[in-house]
Design a protein around this ligand. Sequence first.
Ligand code: SAH
Ligand code: SF4
Length: 362
Amino acid sequence: MANANPSAGHGGARGANKLPDLRELSHAELAGVLGELGAPAFRVKQVEEWLARPEVQGFDAMTNLPKDLREKLAERYTLSSMALAATRVSKDGSRKYLVRCASDGTYVECVGLPSAGRLSVCVSTQAGCAMGCSFCATGRAGLTRSLSAREIADQVGVVRADFGLRVSSVVFMGQGEPFANYDATLAALRILNAPGPETIGARHLTVSTCGIIPRIRQFSKEPEQFTLAISLHSAVQATRNALMPAVRKYPLTRLHEVLGEYAERTHRRPTYEFAPIEGVNDTNPEVDALVDFCAGTLCHVNLIHLNELEGSPLKPSAASRVRGIQARLERAGVETTIREPRGQDIEAACGQLRQRLEGLGF
Ligand code: SAH
Ligand code: SF4
């Protein structure tokens, strides 16, 4: 994805909100604020009930409060840790957003993808990423900082508000490595999965990781049935080391083992993301290794189109080669889907969010 840079977005710009976030206040602070505004004590509980609902992103939603109190609050506070800074709308209806963290002005991107009355959202878990995968634009820029749980979950609120639609699924596939920000990622999953009118089922919440084994193990022990995707990109250790240097210390043999345990424990099928790269991971020995890695295990392979980075020697494999890889996997009984690059008019600057969303069947 593009750098966290405000100039990356076009059109639809709105002023970034610099007001403090009401949800960051403690109970006592909130009571103090409401008291100063002349509200009776029972309003504190009413406001807290609204604040507990993550879909509430504006004071107008607080229908049991008097209008003047709502207005006074809105002049002084925001209800979202994220402010919409810019929107890009694709010809195919998907929208990419640049959002600004209210706390310090850091920018990240998220995407909304409507299809047949359903809305999928892709969120960032970090501004930038420290993993440095050689094919990834986010990795190139390095890590700015991890996002808080609220900042992750509030991206969903921004997209929901812009579309005015219920969100049916969320993928944690924007900028950043979710398992390098595990606690906030889990807390965000739980905010989104919390009971309420806008709740999103655990199976419709997907986290994608480059393969941080201790966290995969931890994730498989979480009580909810969240969905897991793994960026595999090669089942040959030397190739994977070159493409994804930060996960060298988590070798493929252990990854294979831990994913077997994950499937056994959760009865869930992990998705493997694999972007065929000409002459790098699409050769016959590479495909043999991929088949060996997957055959006989519970998994689904998504062959995704490599988004070329400027100045990078890495090129996507020819379509015929990708079909050949799919055929080999399917002969071995491994369910495989080829994801065509789409929505490129807005993806060009940021990677292949659209494709990744579709890659998970959303
Ligand atoms: N850090 C996590 C999630 C964010 S990246 C992860 O790596 O899984 C989301 C997906 O985009 C990953 O599957 C990643 O491998 C893929 N990706 C990154 N750069 C890409 C590129 N240039 N072309 C195609 N897919 C890419
Ligand atoms: Fe990009 Fe994911 Fe690698 Fe980070 S871990 S550099 S986001 S592919």
